[in-house]
Unconditional design. Structure first.
Length: 247
């Protein structure tokens, strides 16, 4: 009986030691893999010479919901108006430069007669939409000081782009700008990315692209451009700070 208990105890100790060794080995392997991945990321960023930014919700914030609520709409109605506007093919037509703001308002009226008044008001008060992001702009300045070439690739109508960027400092830091209305192409169409690369003689593998839309970053990645989907101002700042230290 005592021998049996002793043997059971001994086997338990051996099992515990094996588990401990296995955990250490797995943990060590994970650390090696993480270190390797970190080194790979640093090597990837070491190749980067060109940084491409979207404007809306990247270099500038947008407060369309807040503006609509201050206009007098409840939150649920403001969200509805935003969805109707931005998810409609008409918005892409505006970005393509094929129609003016007033022409777009007329077309929205046809599809959404009950909401057209609110849509028209927002479009005619678009100067209220952009929100400055000075902390992001500081990071842009740092990138420029480090010698990176900086570019803008954004979907915008001429009128709204002019209004939203008339007093921002970051455009002066850019080595090139491609806006959808200029070329009658919009993201995520791969042609506008190729146009940017060809216009400024850029190599895809030497570029990193920041955008708030997954469809846009997916296209960039397919073309060999390292792309990061930005979910907030803080996310962009942290990403730039972290990668600035690695670059």
């Amino acid at each position: 009986m005592l021998f049996s208990l002793w043997l059971e105890y001994l086997l338990l100790q051996v099992y515990s030691l094996n588990m401990a060794f296995t955990y250490c080995a797995v943990n060590r392997q994970r650390k090696i893999e993480q270190k390797s991945l970190s080194m790979m990321k640093r090597r990837e960023f070491a190749l980067i010479k060109n940084i491409i930014f979207d404007v809306g919700d990247v270099l500038l914030g947008y407060q369309w919901k807040k503006v609509l609520m201050e206009y007098g709409l409840p939150e649920i109605e403001a969200l509805k108006i935003g969805g109707l506007m931005f998810d409609h093919p008409l918005w892409n037509e505006l970005d393509l430069g094929r129609m003016s703001t007033e022409e777009i308002i007329v077309e929205y009226l046809k599809d959404y007669p009950e909401e057209a008044e609110h849509i028209a008001w927002l479009l005619r008060h678009s100067d209220k939409l952009p929100v400055p992001r000075p902390l992001v702009w500081e990071q842009v300045d740092r990138l420029k000081d480090k010698g990176y070439k900086l570019y803008v690739l954004s979907n915008y109508s001429e009128e709204l782009f002019t209004i939203h960027t008339k007093s921002v400092p970051f455009l002066k830091q850019m080595d090139g700008i491609v806006v959808s209305y200029q070329v009658q192409m919009t993201k995520p169409d791969d042609r506008i990315f190729k146009y940017l690369l060809e216009k400024y003689d850029l190599r895809a593998e030497e570029c990193v692209f920041f955008d708030d839309k997954e469809a846009n970053t997916a296209t960039a990645n397919e073309l060999g451009i390292k792309a990061i989907t930005i979910v907030s101002e803080e996310h962009l700042i942290q990403t730039l700070q972290r990668n600035l230290n690695e670059l």
